[in-house]
Design a protein around this ligand. Sequence first.
Ligand code: SF4
Ligand code: SF4
Length: 204
Amino acid sequence: MPIPGSGLAKGLAVTLRTMTKRSHTAQYPDVQPELPPRSRGVIGLFEENCTVCMLCARECPDWCIYIDSHKETVPASTPGGRERSRNVLDRFAIDFSLCMYCGICIEVCPFDALFWSPEFEYAETDIHELTHERDKLREWMWTVPAPPALDPRAEEPKEIAAARKAVEKAEAAAAAAAAAAAAEAAAQTAETEPPTTPTPESDA
Ligand code: SF4
Ligand code: SF4
């Protein structure tokens, strides 16, 4: 059976313990909070990487990504080649009043066009103004922190290995072409030089 007044004593003990602890009150907005660099504040768009594949809009569980685009024909780069068509982005907007910050759009983007930014000060007094367009999303892109350095013992990423091999191959081909050109030039010089006339001293 509980002793009468023990509940009160326990409550007072908790109050006394809490009173002696240091306060963790954040003095925002006078003092900016120190957020972890990978905080999910808002989504930034790097539109140069966006191919308008629509994957993010299709996978978003809230259907809060709005994308408009049109097709443009790119003329053939070589004579007799085929024209190509490409998508041109007209509109990219995210309704942050619906977004639940799940990060699926960022995960599924195959072209690294979407990133988390720790920026969080974009509250609005009107809910309709929480739909942010591509210019704003692009501005937030510049607040995205740089990725952490790679582990020096990690395997070289496939893309970097492929790019390095392509550069090495191109350099080797250029060196071989330069050596062949030098050899050809030397052979031509030898052919065009007049034969040396023997001198009397040399005959003797
Ligand atoms: S974070 Fe989630 S809810 Fe928000 S836009 Fe991306 S996929 Fe949609
Ligand atoms: S998934 Fe990436 S590339 Fe595709 S539309 Fe979305 S942002 Fe653009």
